[in-house]
Write a protein that binds this ligand. Structure first.
Ligand code: CUA
Length: 314
């Protein structure tokens, strides 16, 4: 991995940075070379075939198959290489490793808030352990924002009413700038923060020190409470047996058959949609009887129920 800074890029701070830079450098150098060839031959031909006073000396040649093939095939290959390098890096950016540590990111005008597994929270400072994959599950409370860490070469829009996600692994301890990269109003330019990468032991100490003891609750615990208080329990049990609705146990990450024959994957957005627009994707074998919870659950409540359902492993 090449992590040296250039005039174009800050020092790379994530495992993906080298690969992103390779795509960038490839496109930059390929374009520069093609630009030089085109411009220099243009200047050369302008000089060589300039009008020298006598008329009628222009060549009658109007095309050349060999040349045309060369200048079609070579750029096509160059573009294809750029596509495959880019697509490969893109896949790595968006396929999250299974054992990734998950942090909930909430964007709002004009700050970032982070919630960690143990119930710790932080504002404008994302604290992560070094050498571990970190998955960010992100949503916005108002308008569209964008999570951008130049050192990590990651940037992802953060939307209201929908989760978006991205992941990274920072191999080294250090601090990195975090920016909002989507114009979101008056103080968009002040919506900045830091990503602090700590050695794993220091990270665990930090988590412990910042976990809310007693007051406040982790998303998972809040979800467990809402599961009862919002009456999900009436129709959805957690012992794996069917009730009026499907059981919550072990459904996360699994495919599910819907009424009408199509299939869906039970992920964060599927659960959110099932809570807010339950009639949209009814599971095969069940009736369309669930009420919408639109307006009855706060954004954090939905996050909590998602976290709770996720925790109900088979
Ligand atoms: Cu948030 Cu710009």
């Amino acid at each position: 991995m090449d992590t040296t800074a250039s005039i174009f890029m800050p020092p790379g701070g994530s495992t993906i940075a080298g690969e992103i830079d390779a795509v960038f450098n490839y496109i930059l150098y390929a374009s520069t070379i093609v630009f030089a060839i085109v411009v220099f031959s243009m200047i050369f031909f302008i000089a060589k075939y300039r009008r020298r006073g006598k008329a009628g000396l222009t060549s009658s040649m109007d095309h050349n198959i060999g040349l045309e093939i060369i200048w079609t095939v070579i750029p096509t290959i160059l573009v294809a290489i750029a596509f495959f390098m880019g697509f490969n890096a893109y896949l790595k950016l968006f396929v999250v490793p299974k054992d990734a540590l998950e942090v909930k990111v909430t964007a709002q005008k004009w700050f970032w808030s982070f919630e960690y597994p143990e119930g710790a929270t932080s504002i404008n400072e994302l604290v992560v352990p070094s050498g571990k994959a970190v998955k960010l599950l992100m949503s916005s409370k108002d308008v569209i924002h964008s999570f951008f860490v130049p050192d990590f070469r990651i940037k992802q829009d953060v939307l209201p009413n929908r989760y978006s996600m991205i992941w990274f692994e920072a191999p080294n301890v250090g601090e990195h700038n975090l920016f909002c990269a989507e114009y979101c109003g008056t103080k968009h330019s002040e919506m900045i923060g830091k990503v602090k990468v700590l050695p794993e032991r220091e990270y665990n100490d930090w988590l412990e020190a910042n976990s809310t003891v007693g007051e406040g609750m982790s998303l998972e615990d809040l979800g467990a409470k809402l599961y009862v208080s919002r009456a999900c329990v009436t129709c959805h049990n957690i012992d794996g047996k069917a009730g009026n609705g499907p059981s919550f146990r072990g459904i996360f990450g699994e495919p599910v058959k819907l009424v009408g024959g199509s299939q869906a994957m039970v992920d964060e957005n599927y659960i959110r949609k099932s809570i807010l627009v339950p009639q949209a994707d009814v599971v095969a074998g069940y009736q369309n009887i669930m009420p919408t919870y639109q307006g009855l659950l706060k954004e954090r409540d939905v996050d909590a129920l998602v976290a709770y359902i996720k925790s109900l492993k088979k």
